[in-house]
Design a protein around this ligand. Structure first.
Ligand code: ZN
Length: 267
């Protein structure tokens, strides 16, 4: 083996074995399967201890993204590892990860239902379904309808997001934040379910009845977020493997262990 071959191999294989790159790729493909991502939108995962994160190449198909092609990008938008350009809306990820040390994963999506709720006068997207208690603090709307391509726009979006877990973007999409890639994916599924529920109430001509504070308190008493995330991640990874959305070799590192799927509480 020549030195050139050694160098090339060393530059490519670490991300292939990197759990974060794998989880970002798997979450992206599954979000496409759930019609939450399509030809655009992206997932980033923070690399702890570094001012950097994993994100896909902007022009790569979301349906075929793989850990080998993931980039490692720093908070200046500079590519530290990988061969390609990050998405043009990378300031979304940079500025939110900088502003929110509690956030480990960010999703930006052009989900149609989310956009619809930025275009209806007198209507605010609210927690309707039980799982939407996640957004009890509110779902603000950022007023900038253009794509977020500058640091200033990214900072303004992070400011609108504030301490919340979701921000709608006027006539454009939404951004979700969570504590892990798994949590981010499950939140996205529930976010869409909740927006669908409110839209169905509106389409029925009814006045939507969002969850009350007392109802949210009751829901949260019974909440087992970590276990719930693992349960649904297990379902969606297995579904993705069965449907050919995920390559078979991704199964072993992605499927939760039996211990992880065991509840520590019963009612
Ligand atoms: Zn966008």
């Amino acid at each position: 083996m020549t030195m050139t071959q050694v160098t090339r191999k060393a530059a490519v294989t670490p991300r292939a074995n990197d759990k974060r790159a794998l989880e970002a790729a798997a979450a992206t493909r599954m979000l496409v399967a759930e019609r939450i991502l399509d030809y655009s939108g992206h997932v980033s995962i923070r690399i702890p201890g570094q001012d950097a994160f994993v994100i896909q190449i902007g022009s790569n198909s979301r349906a075929e993204v793989a850990p080998e092609s993931m980039l490692v990008v720093d908070y200046e938008g500079k590519v530290l590892e990988g061969d390609g350009q990050p998405p043009s809306e990378i300031p979304i990820h940079i500025e939110i990860l900088k502003a929110r040390p509690d956030v480990q994963a960010v999703l930006h999506s052009h989900m149609e239902l989310a956009i619809a709720f930025t275009m209806m006068g007198g209507v605010t997207l609210q927690p309707m379904r039980a799982r939407a208690s996640r957004w009890k603090s509110g779902i603000p709307t950022d007023p900038d309808p253009s794509h977020i391509k500058t640091t200033e726009q990214g900072r303004a979006l992070a400011k609108t997001l504030g301490p919340h877990h979701a921000v709608l973007m006027r006539a454009h999409g939404l951004t979700l934040v969570a504590e892990s890639a798994q949590a981010l994916f499950i939140d996205a599924v529930h976010f869409k379910e909740n927006a669908t529920a409110q839209m169905q109430a509106l389409q029925a001509g009814a006045k939507p009845l969002p969850l009350t504070d007392a109802e949210i308190e009751q829901i949260e008493k019974m909440e087992m977020r970590d276990w719930h995330i693992q349960k649904l991640w297990n379902y969606y990874v297995r579904k993705g493997l069965k449907d050919g959305v995920l390559p078979q070799e991704w199964g072993e590192p992605l499927i939760p262990s039996r211990e992880t799927l065991t509840r520590d509480r019963t009612y």
